[in-house]
Design a protein around this ligand. Structure first.
Ligand code: FAD
Ligand code: NAG
Ligand code: NAG
Ligand code: NAG
Ligand code: NAG
Ligand code: NAG
Ligand code: NAG
Ligand code: NAG
Length: 566
């Protein structure tokens, strides 16, 4: 991290800070404004640097060795300001400016000999956020300078909303406090519930560890690195327990958030209720910068877990497995099962059935597992397991099921409603669409994680389609460091084309955080009939649009912060 003097120098050599002249008024120069900002944040303003920069100074240096070894390491990426999990968001896709290694072989020296290292869309500067005043100072700076600000937490965003060219970032990663109060009362409310308060930088791996130590259950996703209070929570984050225990937005009791007017506000069911509604599904990076959230803590759960897998991809087997899952999709959804499925495995878990009832419910999957083991299919395995807690399950299964790290990757997804499971014809149409999508993009997964049997309290702002859905289907396409602009576009189009097999047979509904970057009708797909209200609340709290992000509520597609998108 560079102190301010060097930082100014970097800004000059990068030469990419925006124009601050407005209306011919005498204004402080950018350098003066940055100096003022740096003072207000006690010097915690640093230059943004590309994750792999060390490799351009010397490919054999120890600093570059560490970049090469850790290029696909999630922890190393989220611990580094310039690191993003999907690396095209470190680049300027539109100009080709980047500083990427070859993710298929990080030891490959070709990128460093054929390209220069450029900042791409990584923010020119970032604030290591520690207190509300840091955020207020950044809003003030952006208002005076016209320079966009972005919020970067863990860098997991699939739609590039944690970076922007020529911006100043608020890095929330180092806000790590976490505490448990069995009698938490939201400020201004009266009734207590068990609550865990987490600062914005806390990540799910840390939260689950804390939950284990405190004999409680927290509902989060399957990746240790995703943040608990940022994009995940505000954008409709969910996990395998969501079917029975709700989405993140169902379980949040209170936010502390700095709004664009610089005020630290408490949002809960008893004050700033409109903001509370908006933060419960309206998306990250839109209404303010959340500094902490308090979420409901539940008693520990015993999990019945079923795993069926084999090693070698085989279209016949994939089709048989998926057919079985779709046939049982509605029943299992209504019984509370959660799970993860790809073309060679299915993992299902239940927190609410005992072993006998779980076995009865999963009989078709057990029979399938027994059959592939009996037939000697390579690597065929059937496991029937019990875990004493979510944390114990997570520690056993999460490592292998985490998504791709360090690649350039386009994702697309779809929520599949109950309607697609009603008749034999519906189910066969769904299976066929899934298989066709998989033919184009073999990384297709079923996340059995919508709140199918969890009605919610009617005051969240995600699309109501979530509660009517059985699966959240995701698929991906990738490209290498040296892809041309045309080749990158082709990969986004491939993801779009593959998901359109499902789009064609479902209403417009998708998980905003894992949607196609070019999702058609995105307002409806992410928010349904909540959109108009969300837009009004956006205009109330952020009238100058100091916050903005791709396909976010009230976004301005012409903003220069989106100059790097294709
Ligand atoms: C490997 C991987 C696994 C995943 N697994 C799951 C899963 O199991 N379940 C699931 O639901 N989702 C999952 N996701 C999706 C994930 O929830 C989103 O990528 C989410 O946007 C990440 O939020 P973040 O705060 O961690 O990351 P960031 O990329 O840092 O932030 C995401 C967005 O939120 C905004 N934001 C972040 N922090 C704040 C804040 N404090 N205040 C205001 N705005 C903020 C940012 O500006 C940005 O717009 C996964 C993603 C990846 C890459
Ligand atoms: C870097 O290391 C590789 C293998 O260890 C070696 O072949 C190469 O010559 C080295 N390059 C430089 C510039 O030292
Ligand atoms: C990943 O990076 C982290 C932090 O940089 C490090 O502690 C860890 O050992 C690395 N993991 C592996 C498998 O190398
Ligand atoms: C963490 O939060 C708890 C509960 O609010 C508080 O008592 C404690 O002082 C905080 N710790 C730090 C280091 O801020
Ligand atoms: C954990 O909590 C459960 C119920 O909330 C309780 O029955 C159990 O005794 C607790 N276990 C420990 C080790 O405290
Ligand atoms: C796929 O599995 C089927 C059995 O379901 C088997 O007959 C076939 O040979 C396998 N195909 C390949 C390519 O392994
Ligand atoms: C559930 O089924 C598995 C696999 O057939 C079996 O090993 C286990 O004993 C059964 N459990 C119960 C409680 O019936
Ligand atoms: C891209 O780079 C890889 C390895 O670095 C190389 O094999 C491939 O041929 C290159 N592709 C193009 C289109 O240049």
């Amino acid at each position: 991290m560079l102190p301010f003097a060097l930082l100014t120098f970097c800004a000059l050599i990068q030469g990419s800070l925006g124009d601050v002249k407005r209306d011919g008024q005498l204004r402080l120069s950018e350098t003066d404004l940055l100096k003022e900002l740096s003072d207000k944040v006690q010097g915690r303003l640093y230059a943004g640097l590309p994750y792999a920069q060390a490799c351009w100074s010397s490919f054999n240096s120890s600093a570059c060795e560490s970049v090469k070894t850790n290029y696909l390491n999630e922890t190393s990426r989220f611990d580094t300001f310039g690191g993003h999990i999907n690396t095209q968001w470190e680049t300027c896709q539109a100009t080709g400016d980047q500083c990427l290694l070859d993710w298929e072989d990080p030891l490959d020296p070709a990128p460093t000999s054929s390209q220069s290292c450029q900042l791409g869309s990584i923010s020119d500067h970032y604030i290591d956020v520690r207190e509300p005043g840091d955020v207020a100072a950044a809003f003030d700076f952006s208002r005076k300078s016209g320079i966009p600000i972005v919020v970067k937490n863990t860098g997991h965003d699939y739609k590039g909303r944690g970076s922007a060219p020529g911006s100043v970032a608020l890095w929330t990663h180092n806000l790590k406090n976490i505490s448990y109060n069995p009698q938490f009362v939201p400020e201004g409310c009266v009734s207590p519930s068990p609550g865990v308060t987490m600062e914005a930088g806390v990540q799910w791996g840390e939260a689950y560890e804390f939950a284990e130590a405190n004999n409680i259950t927290l509902v989060g996703g399957l990746d240790k690195g995703v943040g608990t209070s940022g994009g995940w929570l505000m954008g409709g984050g969910h996990g395998a327990l969501t079917n029975t225990m709700g989405m993140g937005v169902d379980r949040v009791l209170q936010f502390k958030v700095v709004t664009p007017d610089g005020k630290l506000r408490v949002a809960n069911a008893c004050q700033n209720e409109d903001l509370f509604f908006a933060l419960r599904g309206g998306g990250g990076g839109t209404y303010g910068v959340v500094l902490e959230s308090t979420v409901l803590a539940s008693p520990p759960v015993t999990l019945q877990v079923y795993v069926v897998q084999w090693t070698k991809p085989n279209a016949t087997l994939t089709s048989s497995l998926w057919s079985l899952l779709v046939e049982n999709g509605l029943k299992w959804g209504e019984e509370g099962w959660g799970g993860f499925v790809n073309d060679v495995s299915a993992i299902y878990l239940s927190p609410n059935l005992d072993a006998v009832r779980a076995n009865a419910s999963m009989a078709p999957l057990i029979a399938f597992g027994e059959e592939i083991v009996e037939r000697g299919i390579e690597g065929a395995t059937l496991l029937v397991l019990q875990f004493p807690s979510w944390g114990a399950f997570f520690n056993t299964f999460a490592g292998d099921n985490s998504a791709a790290i360090g690649a350039n990757l386009a994702l697309a997804s779809r929520l599949i409603p109950k309607a697609n499971f009603q008749t034999a014809e519906d189910r066969s149409q769904l299976l066929s669409a899934l298989l066709k999508a998989h033919d184009l993009t073999p990384g297709l997964r079923f996340l059995v994680s919508p709140p199918t049997s969890y009605p919610g309290d009617g005051s969240t702002s995600v699309t109501p389609a979530w509660r009517d859905s059985i699966y959240h289907i995701t698929l991906i396409s990738t490209w290498n460091w040296n892809a041309t602009e045309v080749q990158k576009k082709e990969q986004y189009q491939l993801a779009s084309r593959a998901i359109s097999y499902l789009r064609d047979i479902t209403p417009d509904a998708a998980y905003s955080n894992e949607a196609d970057v070019y999702e058609p009708n995105h307002e409806v797909a992410f928010w349904g009939d909540n959109y108009d209200k969300l837009l009004q609340i956006k205009q109330k709290y952020d009238p100058e649009q100091l916050l903005d992000c791709w396909h976010c509520v009230g976004w301005n597609p012409n903003s220069r912060r989106f100059a790097c998108y294709l």
